[in-house]
Design a protein around this ligand. Structure first.
Ligand code: ADP
Length: 546
């Protein structure tokens, strides 16, 4: 190759290199510090890579003002290379160009340098993204670790809570499979957790009602809570204490299933149980439930003793109350001589209060009898209309006193029924006296009795047997909607009823419900506050003696 060819080759390499190439003279200040450089030659790609035009003969500080402050390493590195002759590689970021370069600098002559550089901005961006992703992943990992630790803490707490609770606790998934069982539940039900986890609660632990019948899956508190998404609790008529009732009353949206429930252990023994089931909600969806239950054998025993005491005390009170009644009646009828106006008023007050006391004692006695189960049904052929008419006539004076207009509609085809007359009377008295009590003067009461055949509906309810239906509708104060579900609870009185009529025991409808249940029938009502109440009672025409 001759000299010309070599020069041509170098020029062509210089011009066609994909890298940028610049040949520069370094400028030092008086203290030999590199402060600028002059471009002596640049190749074609220089402009493309840097975006700088017509640079030859110009100084870099002129082309990129502020470059000394923003890129001191460029000057330091190129200064060293120019003065020492030792090549250096480095990366730099030119802020004003918003580009990254990889630079290889060498010195062909002292105080001169050649820099060959590539634009590595893309590569740097990818590197930065990768670094950011790495940092993000590390952060997520650290968060996960922290959450894992937190979860472990929560789990340990939950385990400790479950272990220390005396009541049985079973947690379930949304399909009713057991996911966890505390020690108390295992002890009460006689099975170890490991044997039941993952199995359906309904299969493993059956529940019976008071009559010894298996409770259907859909009627179990667990199913009610899972399907309705509402906390559900059981309330047995004989075992629920007054405090329990008061406590439940204050719970919002707590569904109550009335009736006695018994858990059957794996060895077929059983125990009475109080159950509360709370659904586990996640973003408004039921994902499972927690069932808490306790053996209420002891409470039942205590309740029985209490009820026996109430029964005994009520019996003892009957004698003196009757004696007071007779004597007050005799005094009022003038048997002990004429009374002046004031004496008459006082005796009337004594008579009235004694009557109230008699009513209360009577209600307590009935409750005690029903709860102790000592009340056996005395079925006798009964003309139901005459029982109802008789009750109406007994209440006539009060109906007239309040100027209430009462209408009756008795169907013609009512059969004679085999029923316990005394208990039927109690049902009618309680519902009718309530209608009178809670209806203001000049209101109206409508009383109807008719028969329905199996499959027919009454007030939207399908009758599953041929039944006698009684309806008593009034135009009184009605029952507030939020207290509807408590109306048949023992000792419950709605707020508006308390305000309207101080006299009342809250026992009447409880007794009605107990009796109608014994008849195998149903009692329910419809009411809106200030718009009256309509009570319905359905009784099977053919009753089993239970
Ligand atoms: P009470 O002795 O208070 O009447 P009950 O057990 O007979 O007790 O009734 C329970 C509650 O049901 C009453 O206190 C009242 O709040 C409500 N109630 C019953 N019947 C009626 C009715 N016809 N109209 C309005 N509220 C009623």
């Amino acid at each position: 190759m001759n000299a010309w060819d070599a020069e041509e080759l170098h020029k062509s390499l210089f011009d066609n290199s994909p890298d940028g190439i610049m040949y520069c003279r370094m400028i030092f200040d008086a203290r030999a510090r590199p402060v600028d450089f002059t471009y002596l030659a640049v190749n074609k790609n220089f402009e493309r890579l840097t975006g700088l035009k017509d640079v030859v003969g110009k100084n870099v500080t002129q082309l990129i003002p502020g470059i000394i402050a923003s890129n001191p390493t460029l000057f330091e590195a190129c200064g060293r290379v120019s003065s020492t002759g030792v090549s250096e590689d480095f990366e730099m970021h030119i802020e004003s160009l918003e580009r990254w370069f990889f630079v290889r600098a060498y010195s062909p002559n002292k105080n001169f340098f050649v820099a060959v550089f590539q634009n590595i901005t893309e590569h740097k961006l990818i590197e930065k993204k990768a670094e950011d992703a790495k940092i993000a992943a590390r952060n997520v990992f650290e968060d996960l670790q922290a959450e894992k630790q937190e979860l472990a803490h929560v789990r340990a707490h939950v385990e400790a809570i479950l272990a220390s609770i005396g009541d049985g606790v079973i947690t379930l998934d949304f399909s009713g499979r057991i996911t966890r069982m505390n020690q108390a539940a295992q002890a009460l039900l006689g099975l170890e957790g490991k044997d039941v986890i993952g199995k359906l609660l309904f299969d493993i632990f059956p529940i019976e009602n008071e009559k010894g019948e298996l409770v259907a899956t859909i009627d179990r508190p667990m199913s009610v809570a899972l399907s309705a998404g509402t906390s559900t609790t059981t309330s047995t008529t004989t075992t629920t204490t007054t405090t329990d009732e008061a406590w439940r009353r204050d719970l919002p949206r707590m569904k109550t299933i009335h009736g006695g429930f018994y858990y059957i252990r794996s060895d077929k023994t059983k125990f009475p149980v109080a159950i509360t089931v709370t659904p586990v909600m996640l973003e408004n969806t039921v994902v499972g439930a927690v069932e808490i239950f306790r053996d209420i054998t002891k409470e039942q025993g205590i309740d029985k003793v209490k009820t026996e005491f109430v029964s005994l005390a009520s019996h003892q009170l009957l004698g003196p109350i009757t004696t007071i009644k007779w004597h007050a009646e005799m005094l009022l009828s003038g048997d002990a001589g004429p009374l002046n106006e004031q004496q008459r008023r006082f005796f009337e007050k004594i008579y009235e209060s004694n009557q109230q006391m008699a009513g209360l004692v009577d209600a307590l006695l009935n409750v005690a009898r029903l709860e102790l189960g000592t009340l056996t049904l005395k079925l006798e052929p009964t003309d139901t209309v005459s029982v109802i008419s008789h009750v109406i006539s007994e209440q006539k004076s009060e109906i007239e006193r309040k100027n209430i207009s009462l209408a009756t509609h008795f169907a013609d085809d009512l059969p004679t029924m085999l029923i316990d007359q005394k208990l039927l009377r109690m049902v009618v008295i309680n519902i009718l006296s309530n209608a009178i009590k809670y209806t203001p003067s000049k209101g109206t009461i409508d009383c109807a009795v008719w028969r329905v055949t199996k499959g027919e509906c009454v007030d939207g309810r399908k009758m599953n047997v041929d039944s006698l239906v009684m309806k008593i509708a009034d135009t009184g104060c009605g029952i507030p909607a939020h207290q509807h579900d408590k109306i048949f609870s023992k000792l419950f009185r709605a707020d508006n009823a308390r305000a309207l009529n101080a006299v009342g025991t809250g026992l009447g409808l409880y007794v009605v419900k107990q009796i109608v249940d014994r008849f195998g029938g149903s009692v329910w009502f419809e009411s809106q506050e200030q718009k009256g109440a309509t009570f319905f009672v359905s009784i099977p025409l053919v009753m089993k003696n239970r």
